[in-house]
Ligand binder design. Structure first.
Ligand code: FES
Length: 231
């Protein structure tokens, strides 16, 4: 090969190298563009630097065999608090009978779940809403505090960390972690416990507030909340 041909070969080699670099850079820039586009259309994920510690009530303010609703950790997440009137292994308070859960079903995020107290506390005059629950469901666990989802007939055990008793959810109900201040008698909500898989191998059970909801809107954390008595 002549000296001139060597020169031409070197120039075209340099061009090919430059072309490769430009192509790679465009690809990387393109990926970055796609990533930022995806970021801009992804739902806002609520980042929790720290779970809010919110006073819910005082043990002297709540009645046995009564349930209440409140919001935690964001205003659009409805939760229920039950003073069961009997000791529960994971219960809070002096009698270990206070429990709280997110009321959103873990299957398809249905919000219209129904609290079912034990049979002895099912006053038909007060609990008229229980007429909407099929009798065969009411007969299943007459001694337990339960949450029923009418969307696809899921039943959760509120006395056993929200375990799924029947129905399609892959994860247990999301439990509100309660703290009892022995000095004042105040009860605080301090976190959501990670739900447990209801089926072996399930890995997507999450306590992230944005993943618990059907509509992901990135609401602000609550700084105060209050109980509303239901029965
Ligand atoms: S949404 Fe609750 S069982 Fe399907």
């Amino acid at each position: 090969m002549s000296h001139a041909e060597h020169g031409e070969e070197r120039v075209s080699q340099e061009r090919r190298t430059a072309l490769k670099i430009i192509t790679s850079l465009s690809f990387i820039v393109g990926l970055g563009g796609v990533a930022s586009l995806l970021k801009s259309i992804s739902p806002a994920v609520l980042e929790i630097p720290e779970w809010p510690r919110v006073r819910l009530t005082n043990v002297n303010e709540i009645k046995p065999k009564t349930w209440y609703i409140f919001s935690y950790p964001t205003k659009d997440i409805p939760c229920l608090l039950v003073k069961a009137g009997k000791s529960i292994s994971s219960g809070a308070g002096p009698d270990k009978d206070i429990i709280a859960y997110v009321m959103i079903c873990q299957h398809a995020r249905y919000y219209g779940t129904i609290y079912i107290p034990p049979e002895e506390a099912r006053d038909p005059e007060k609990l008229t809403y229980l007429k909407t629950v099929p009798p065969n469901i009411l007969e299943l666990y007459p001694d337990k505090n339960l949450l029923y989802c009418p969307a696809h007939a899921a039943l959760y055990d509120l006395e056993k960390d929200g375990e799924v008793l029947t129905g399609p959810p892959f994860c247990s109900l999301c439990k509100v972690v309660l703290e009892y201040d022995e000095t004042s008698g105040d009860i605080y909500a301090v976190a959501l416990a990670p739900p447990a898989p209801a089926v072996p191998g399930v890995t997507q059970c999450s306590n992230n507030p944005e993943e618990l909801k059907r509509i992901m809107l990135g609401k602000k954390l609550v700084t105060e909340t209050f109980l509303e008595e239901k029965i």
